[in-house]
Design a protein around this ligand. Structure first.
Ligand code: SF4
Ligand code: SF4
Length: 176
């Protein structure tokens, strides 16, 4: 039944349903970066990733104009319209001295990319590996509706497990 419901929603391009699925995963990613808090300690950036060198918040056009328009309209409603090119102070419209202003509605690249030192620490200290290409593909497939329900659940469980592990290891270190 759930599979049928999902197929109908994809075929009728239920944009809101697709966005809701993406927001669920974004929430977990926000928890993950907040628990780890790497950028704040290494680059003195508050909040999450803050080195962004371009407008990576833009979605790929292969998602369809309708989808991109709805997604961006929701983002503008929540975070205000973007400043003009002449007013901007950072390479990305949503960058700030406190890190990224977006708590939701970022693009897949904003979550899939982490710098090399970050990736190394994640692997060495926590035993977690994030493959950029795989994660990008996975997040884009949530938005396009191609990610299977089983893959979606697996991804969510994986990020939840990462958060749990980071919190546990950090708590242990504090008592050592
Ligand atoms: S991703 Fe890396 S370079 Fe960018 S702000 Fe975080 S720690 Fe700094
Ligand atoms: S939206 Fe945020 S995370 Fe994405 S590129 Fe811009 S500042 Fe970076």
């Amino acid at each position: 039944m759930k599979t049928l419901e999902r197929r109908i929603r994809m075929e009728t391009k239920d944009v809101q349903w697709l966005i809701k699925r993406y927001l669920d995963v974004e929430k977990l990613f926000q928890e993950f970066f907040a628990a780890w808090n790497y950028c704040a300690t290494k680059c003195h950036v508050e909040g999450n990733v803050g080195c962004c060198d371009f407008d990576h918040f833009r979605l790929g056009y292969n998602l369809g104009k309708d989808f991109v328009t709805r997604f961006e309209a929701q983002r503008d409603k929540l975070y205000g319209r973007r400043p003009s090119l002449t007013e901007r102070q950072f390479p990305c419209f949503y960058s700030s001295c406190q890190g990224c202003k977006l708590k939701t509605h970022r693009a897949p690249k904003c979550y899939a990319y982490i710098c090399v030192p970050m990736r190394d620490e994640l692997r060495k200290k926590y035993g977690i590996e994030i493959d950029y290409e795989q994660m990008m593909n996975c997040l884009e497939r949530i938005l396009s509706g191609e990610l299977l329900d089983s893959e979606f659940s697996f991804l969510k469980q994986k990020i939840e497990a990462w958060v749990e592990l980071i919190v546990k290891i950090q708590a242990k270190r504090r008592t050592e």
